[in-house]
Design a protein. Structure first.
Length: 260
């Protein structure tokens, strides 16, 4: 059974008297415990794909399953999804622990377990001692850790990450990528990462899916058969990155009418 499966998924938005296709006939499977990255040009439907998997948006056609259960927007008791957004999106009036508890409150996890989970995952993401800090008191990197805590503390069936480090400086982003790999290796959470960076995708993921221009669909797939950790400057990764880039260029050339 796949951890995530999309079958013929299409999403069309109504914009006044126009209809805009975000994704079309999107089909792929991600195995349990796998780390997969989605890459593609801006506006090709990468973030929309995560919104559809999480149930934040409903698909126009097709079907989505997480851990064998159909994703139905608004349905309680469905698959448990952890989501790390482009920005931390922490509630400014809540502490680090308060933000994590807010996520727990949206699940069926019994309240008596909250303290145990908070302690376990606060330590795992490196925020022990900062439980009572407010977002304004944290650096960008620490806010990113707090966002990871909020996603991990609910022990999700799958973890979705939408360019979570794009707003960080390069050094901090590198450290956070290392943290993500460490957390994934320790927890074996199925992870789907959206990124514009070919290097980031090849550094983190086991497989990279290349999308066409809008409306997005899977154009190519690349396996990254390299051991972890993967150094930022690694000659062994260069051929993989070149192949991904070639697929991206071919994907854009295959849909010239959708480049706008």
């Amino acid at each position: 059974m796949a951890a995530i499966e999309m079958r013929g998924v299409t999403k069309v938005y109504a914009l006044g008297d126009r209809r805009l296709g975000a994704v079309q006939d999107m089909t792929f499977r991600i195995g349990s415990g796998e780390f997969v990255a989605l890459v593609g040009q801006s506006g090709c439907g990468k973030s929309t794909t995560l919104d559809l998997i999480s149930g934040l948006e409903a698909c126009t056609a097709g079907a989505i399953e997480v851990e064998g259960r159909r994703v139905v927007p608004g349905e309680r008791g469905g698959p448990r999804i952890g989501f790390v957004f482009q920005q931390p999106r922490l509630l400014p009036w809540k502490t680090v622990s308060g933000n994590a508890e807010y996520a727990l409150a949206g699940t069926d996890i019994p309240r008596p377990r909250w303290r145990e989970l908070l302690a376990q995952y606060t330590d795992l993401v490196g925020l022990t001692g900062f439980e009572q800090a407010y977002p304004r008191q944290l650096s960008g990197g620490m806010q990113a850790r707090a966002a990871l805590l909020r996603a991990y503390v609910i022990e999700p069936d799958v973890l979705l990450m939408d360019e979570p480090f794009s707003g960080l400086d390069e050094i901090t982003a590198r450290r956070m990528r290392d943290e993500v790999v460490r957390l994934w290796q320790k927890t074996q959470r199925t992870t789907l990462l959206v990124t514009h960076s070919i290097s980031e995708a090849a550094t983190l993921a086991q497989r990279v899916l290349v999308l066409t221009a809008r409306p997005g669909r899977v154009f190519a797939e690349h396996a990254v058969l390299l051991p972890y950790p993967r150094p930022i400057f690694d000659a062994a990764r260069l051929p993989i990155e070149q192949a991904i880039l070639a697929s991206l260029e071919s994907a854009l050339a295959s849909t010239p009418s959708e480049r706008s």
